[in-house]
Design a protein around this ligand. Structure first.
Ligand SMILES: [Cu+2]
Length: 489
C-alpha cells in the first residue's frame, strides 16, 4: 500500500478497523534494495571494536566517511564514528566520569546524543547544538552517575537524524557497576551487543534513503515542511523501513555459539521498523534488563516486541538445543527477507558456570508523583507530526518538572510512536488503564506507544537541571517535528 493510500486509509478508519486490516503492527513504508540481496546466515556476526581512551577518562572519536563491505562483493560509503558502522562500543563504569571528544570530519553538521544517559544538558546532543562539519570539535561530558545498563549513541541533528543515522552514525555504550559485577551472568565472548537495524541498498552498494529530490543525498539543503526542513520524501513520512536486516552492521549474520548461556544486549537501532523477536525452532528469552538497567528479577518471554530506540538485556540458554542446531532469531511482524534477523549455530558443548539468579538487583522504587501531564502524539490536519498539537519549537518547554521529583506522563497516540524521554527514566504504569505488558518491565527511557493507545509512565527527574527533550524515536517522525523541550528546574 502506498503511503498516500495508507494516509487516506488512516484518516478514514479507526484503530480497530486498522487492526482488522492487518497493518496495525507496521510503522513505516518499505523501501526496497536495488541489488541482489545476499544469502542470509553467511556473513559472520561482527563485534564492534571497544573504544580505547587516549588517557584515563578521555576518549577521542572522529566522525568520518569510509567505504566498507556490508553486502558481500560490494562496498558502501558510511558516515561513521571512527569511520565504522556501528561505531566503537564504549565500555564504561558507573560513576567514572568520561569526556568523549567528537571531531566532525563529515560534510554535514552533527549532534551526538547518548541515548539513556543521565547527561548534563550541554552534552545531551540537543538538535541545534551542532558540531560543525569539516573539523569542528566538541567535548561531551558524561558523569555516568547511573545504574549499569545498555545505552547507545547516535546522531541527533535537527531535521536530519533519520538520514544521518541511516548512513551509519550510531554505536553502543555499556555502563557496568558493582551490582552487576557480582552476578554470575555470561560475560566475555558470551556477552554479545546486538545492534539490529534495517537498511536498503542501491545497485552500486550505497545506502538508499528516500531524500526529497531538492535536498541532495547528503542533506545540505532541503525542502520545507511545516516550517521544518524535510529530509525524507513525503511518501515515507510514516517512516523508512529497509528490506535488509543488519546486526552489528552485517546482513543476516551467523554466530557460532557453545551450548551454554549467552547474554544478548538487544538494541533496535532502526529508523522506523518494529520487531517482534522470536527464536526458532523455539526457545525463550530470559530478560534480565530493560533500557535503564537490571530488573529486580528475571522475566521469561517467548517473544519480545522492540520498537526503535528500545533495548532488552536477555539471556538465552543454548544448552537447551542439541549440538548442531541452527537457532534463528526472527521478526514475526515481517514477511519476506526482513522476517529473518540472524542465526546462532550451536557448535559444541562447553562448561558453563553462569546462572540467572532469582534476584538480580535492587532498582530504585516508585516515588509518589507530584503531578500528571499529557503528551499527545498525533499527525495534524496539515500532515505534520506533532506533540500536543504543535510541531517542535526549540527553546519552548512544554513542561518544567522539578529536580528530584516524579511525575506521571500520559502518552497518547494516533499511530506507532516509540516515545523517548531524555535524562529521565520511567516505569510504565498502565496501558489504556490496564496493566502494562510483560515487556514493559523495569526502568526505561523509550516506550512503544501503539495506535490509539494511552500509556501512563512514572518519570523521575534526577541528575541535572536544564533543557532536555522528549520525542518520537521513529526518526522520520522526529525529523518532521515530533519533538518537544522540557526544562528541569
Ligand atoms: Cu512517531
Amino acid at each position: 500500500m502506498s503511503a498516500l493510500t495508507r494516509r487516506g486509509f488512516l484518516g478514514v478508519l479507526g484503530g480497530a478497523a486498522l487492526a482488522a486490516a492487518g497493518c496495525a503492527e507496521i510503522s513505516g513504508e518499505l523501501l526496497r534494495s536495488r541489488l541482489t540481496l545476499p544469502r542470509p546466515f553467511t556473513v559472520p556476526l561482527p563485534i564492534p571494536e571497544v573504544a580505547r581512551p587516549v588517557r584515563p577518562g578521555r576518549y577521542e572519536v572522529t566522525q568520518r566517511a569510509a567505504r566498507i563491505e556490508i553486502i558481500p562483493g560490494t562496498t558502501t560509503e558510511v558516515l561513521g564514528y571512527g569511520g565504522t558502522f556501528p561505531g566503537p562500543t564504549f565500555d564504561l563504569r558507573r560513576g567514572s566520569r568520561v569526556t568523549v571528544a567528537v571531531r566532525n570530519e563529515l560534510s554535514v553538521p552533527t549532534s551526538t546524543h547518548l541515548h539513556g544517559g543521565v547527561t548534563p544538558p550541554g552534552s545531551d546532543g540537543y538538535p541545534t547544538d551542532l558540531v560543525a562539519p569539516g573539523g569542528g570539535t566538541k567535548d561531551y561530558d558524561y558523569p555516568l552517575e547511573q545504574r549499569a545498563a545498555t545505552l547507545w549513541y547516535h546522531d541527533h541533528r535537527m531535521d536530519f537524524t533519520g538520514p544521518q543515522v541511516w548512513r551509519g552514525l550510531a554505536g553502543m555504550a555499556l555502563v557496568r557497576d558493582k551490582e552487576e559485577d557480582a552476578l554470575p551472568l555470561p560475560r566475555g565472548e558470551r556477552e554479545l551487543p546486538l545492534m539490529i537495524c534495517d537498511r536498503a541498498f542501491d545497485e552500486d552498494g550505497s545506502f538508499r534513503y528516500p531524500s526529497p529530490p531538492e535536498s541532495g543525498h547528503t542533506g545540505h539543503m532541503g525542502g520545507h515542511m511545516g516550517g521544518h526542513m524535510a529530509a525524507v520524501d513525503g511518501d515515507y513520512m510514516e517512516g523508512v523501513e529497509g528490506d535488509v536486516i543488519l546486526v552489528n552492521g552485517a546482513p543476516w549474520p551467523v554466530a557460532e555459539v557453545t551450548a551454554t548461556r549467552y547474554r544478548l544486549r538487544l538494541l533496535n537501532a532502526s529508523n522506523a521498523r518494529r520487531y517482534r523477536l522470536r527464536l526458532t525452532p523455539g526457545g525463550r528469552f530470559t530478560q534480565i534488563g530493560s533500557d535503564s538497567g537490571l530488573l529486580a528479577a528475571p522475566v521469561a518471554h517467548d517473544e519480545l516486541p522492540i520498537s526503535p530506540g528500545e533495548r532488552y538485556d536477555v539471556v538465552v540458554d543454548f544448552s537447551a538445543y542439541p549440538v548442531g542446531t541452527a537457532v534463528t532469531l526472527v521478526n514475526t511482524l515481517a514477511d519476506g527477507p526482513a522476517r529473518n534477523v540472524m542465526r546462532f549455530v550451536v557448535a559444541r558443548r562447553a562448561a558453563d558456570d553462569t546462572a540467572v539468579p532469582a534476584v538480580l538487583s535492587r532498582p530504585p522504587g516508585r516515588v509518589a508523583p507530584v503531578t500528571t501531564r499529557g503528551f499527545d502524539f498525533r499527525r495534524s490536519a496539515e500532515g505534520v507530526w506533532t506533540i500536543n498539537g504543535r510541531p517542535y519549537r526549540p527553546g519552548v518547554p512544554l513542561a518544567r518538572p522539578r529536580l528530584g521529583t516524579a511525575e506521571v506522563w500520559r502518552l497518547s497516540s494516533d499511530f506507532h510512536h516509540p516515545v523517548h524521554v531524555h535524562l529521565a527514566h520511567f516505569l510504565v504504569l498502565a496501558r489504556n488503564g490496564r496493566a502494562p505488558a510483560a515487556s514493559d518491565a523495569g526502568w526505561k527511557d523509550t516506550v512503544d506507544v501503539r495506535p490509539y493507545e494511552v500509556v501512563d509512565v512514572l518519570a523521575r527527574f534526577d541528575g541535572h537541571r536544564g533543557r532536555y527533550m522528549l520525542h518520537c524515536h521513529n526518526l522520520e517522525h522526529e525529523d518532521m517535528a515530533m519533538m518537544a523541550d522540557f526544562e528541569v528546574i
